[in-house]
Write a protein that binds this ligand. Sequence first.
Ligand code: GDP
Length: 319
Amino acid sequence: MVRAFITGITGQDGSYLVEHLLHRKYEVHGFVRPGTDITHTHLADHANDIGFHEGDLTDRDALERAVSTIAPDEVYHLAAQSHVGHSFEAAEETLALNGMATVSLLEIIRLACPKARFLNAASSEIFGRPETTPQDETTPLAPVNPYGCAKALGTQMTRLYREAHGMFMVNAILYNHESPRRPERFVPQKICRAAAAIKLGQQKELRLGDLSAERDWSDARDIVRGLWLALQHHRPDDFIFASGEAHTVQEIVEIAFETVDIDWKKHVKRDQSLLRPAEPNRLVGNPRHARNLLDWQPETDFRQLIIGLTHAALRELNC
Ligand code: GDP
């Protein structure tokens, strides 16, 4: 039985990864915050099939205890402070969680189980304002927010451990990816839930920041399949997982409101307080490397994703 250890196991990606790995008969272990009530997470249905290890991500001893006890074959490091906007208000915390904790984990693996395969969930935010679009695995790092700076540290250190120590260390460079499990602080879920709530008469208006902001959005389930494929490859490498297409926040609004047959112009209001101090520019990923080496193909496109999120919100709010 292959043993996997997942940080960030209760999050969107962690919970889909658990389903993917259990289906493949893995022994699955996860790192969770002390006192986490699993019945209130996306893992509630699988609680008995997972080994839980408690600790804060910044608690090096707890991480070390978990890794030494489990002796994992594969480590998926997904845990992070996941909100870019919030990182401006919490720079030190973001650097500790998204940067230094990754370094600790790399070092713990080097000392405790150097044969383990390690995947770092890196982010498009490491490219910040890139000079080339789309970006690929060779694009220089140029982050423009604390979240991106922290992820850049983790990404570069993962490369360094691969190159300097010859270990199986992989960066999965993830562009935005969504699902019904995403919290509403991310804009696609915020928009799709609002469209559904307005349709059901539960909400009147939707306040948004920059409607022209662009991202490369994918379905989280496609991305998670890519994470697993990246660790099954015969050689460690960096892989971009993205759709390769840029779309605007406004396009999400249009598709979500069209799905519920409502005129978005009557309900969407601009809110200056939701604008970011700095926006990344033209973040679009080139997934060619993952497609060629891993045979990775997304199953859901942008339009299907937004329609699916809106239908899922309608079902949930209707209960
Ligand atoms: P991010 O790429 O991790 O920051 O993902 P988000 O879903 O939080 O934001 C994506 C883009 O949507 C950013 O460029 C935001 O500036 C823009 N945006 C516009 N209005 C909103 C809003 O009301 N909430 C959020 N979270 N983002 C918004």
